[in-house]
Design a binder for this molecule. Structure first.
Ligand code: HMG
Length: 407
């Protein structure tokens, strides 16, 4: 069997953040609702010199550098986003230009709410599998800014960031056998953004129900593909990473999974199993959701990055169940087999370093920044170029002749 999967990953987090404690005070909400109820502590705020393009390019530039990959080696570039910057020109084209990726490369943008990145990864793995003799590599990037309206229920679940994944044969990070993937999709209105709307419309509680149904159905399909019975899934997985629109969604999802897997067992036993498996298998993946918030397409992959930097050598050679969910809705449950000797790959992620470099903004500054995002910015390279740092290598400098400009 040909080994195909993820050779390396990189994450990019913007330079600004807001404390949930401050947002709660400004909104007249008890801070525990955000800190304990949602499990979120901080959220990334996207400055006006950043967008889905810069975040994607900033993640991918790190990845190419750390894996020693030349842009010419990339033959498929897929960018998944629901924060697109143009109705026609894909984010992937902007990224191709910024990274200097050659022209013998298939590039496209995928949209399917938070699930799009997974569609790109699965299709790219299958494409590499079909073309394994030519050792092709694919770059898949999930990049988004999660925006809800000021003072809306979704406001404390905002965030921004990007995750880039390099896919190849003989991967150094993890392999995936896509034939095992459990799939579910259904036409629902749980979270949607009609054309022209800047922020989504959300049926919040219904979206959680849709998510849990999708989890149940995709896990059931995955179990059947793997040839295991209900009740033995947790024994077959060392870790679980769930799509995390807010940190405690992972807790809700895991409780639902344990209730299904342990159905018929006494309540105290189910509770014990839930607590123990939550601590051992789920909590190592929560760092990003707690510190950055929802990054839509990249959220579940930020969970994987969090697991790697938290567990380090403990996760080498282990099996990770990943649940990807996107509103609308589409979902997939798949298995990642982590490789051994991951120290160098994990060190290269530099996730904690990026979190530590951030600057805190006040609620007033956050409101000002997100109000300015609505206006078309003129061309001001000199004002924004000084914001570059070792992680922020590309910035958005505004419009010139109706064309987005980057430096
Ligand atoms: P809400 O109505 O403001 O909050 O909306 P709530 O009243 O449900 O409270 C939240 C939790 O805080 C509850 O815990 C409360 O009990 C608790 P739970 O009962 O759920 O376990 N709480 C407190 N805890 C401690 N101390 C207190 C306190 N007060 C309350 N004082 C909601 C919450 C998530 C609905 C809202 O934020 C929202 O609409 N978010 C956006 C939609 C969303 O995230 N949906 C999740 C599934 S859909 C999805 O994941 C797809 C998505 O990523 C988009 C995509 O695919 O592109 C969103």
């Amino acid at each position: 069997m040909i080994d195909v999967g993820v050779d390396g990953m990189a994450i990019y987090v913007p330079q600004l953040f807001l404390e949930h404690q401050d947002l709660a005070a400004a909104r007249g909400v008890h801070p525990d609702k955000f800190l304990l109820g949602l499990g979120n502590h901080r959220m990334a705020v996207l400055p006006i010199w950043e967008d889905a393009v810069t975040m994607a390019a900033n993640a991918a530039a790190q990845l190419l550098e750390r894996t020693g990959t030349s842009p010419e080696e990339i033959h498929q570039l897929v960018v998944s986003t629901e924060s697109g910057v143009d109705h026609s020109k894909p984010v992937a084209s902007f990224v191709q230009g910024l990274l200097g990726i050659g022209s013998r490369c298939r590039i496209y943008e995928i949209k399917h709410a938070c699930y799009g990145g997974t569609a790109g990864i699965v299709n790219s793995i299958d494409w590499i599998y079909r073309n394994y003799q030519s050792s092709r590599k694919a770059l898949v990037i999930a990049t988004d800014m999660a925006r809800y309206g000021f003072e809306s229920a979704g406001e404390p679940t905002q965030g921004a960031g990007a995750v880039a994944l390099l896919l190849s044969t003989r991967p150094r990070l993890f392999s995936v056998d896509t034939s095992l993937n459990g799939i579910y999709s259904k036409d629902v209105f749980d979270f949607w953004r009609p054309t022209g709307h800047r922020v989504p419309l959300v049926d919040g509680k219904f979206s959680i129900d849709c998510y849990l149904t999708a989890l149940e159905e995709s896990v059931s399909h995955f179990r059947a593909n793997l040839g295991i019975d209900r009740g033995s899934l947790l024994d077959n997985l060392d870790y679980l990473v769930y799509h995390m629109p807010f940190t405690h969604m992972a807790r809700k999802a895991h409780r639902h999974l344990v209730e299904i897997e342990a159905a018929g067992r006494p309540a105290e036993e189910r509770e014990r199993l839930f607590r123990k498996s939550l601590q051992d298998k789920v909590e190592p993946g929560l760092l990003g959701a707690r510190e950055v918030g929802n990054i839509y397409t990249g959220s579940v992959y930020m969970g994987l990055v969090s697991l790697l930097v938290t567990e380090r050598e403990r996760c080498e050679g282990r099996r990770v169940g990943v649940f990807s969910y996107g509103s609308g809705c589409g979902a997939e449950f798949f298995l990642c087999h982590l490789k051994k000797d991951l120290a160098a790959v994990i060190d290269g992620l530099r996730f904690r370093e990026q979190l530590a470099r951030r600057t805190k903004v006040s609620v007033e500054e956050y409101v000002e920044i997100y109000s300015r995002h609505r206006r078309e910015i003129r061309y001001h390279p000199r004002e924004v170029v000084p914001h570059k740092d070792p992680f922020t290598r590309f910035v958005f400098t505004g419009f010139k002749d109706h064309k987005r400009q980057y430096a």
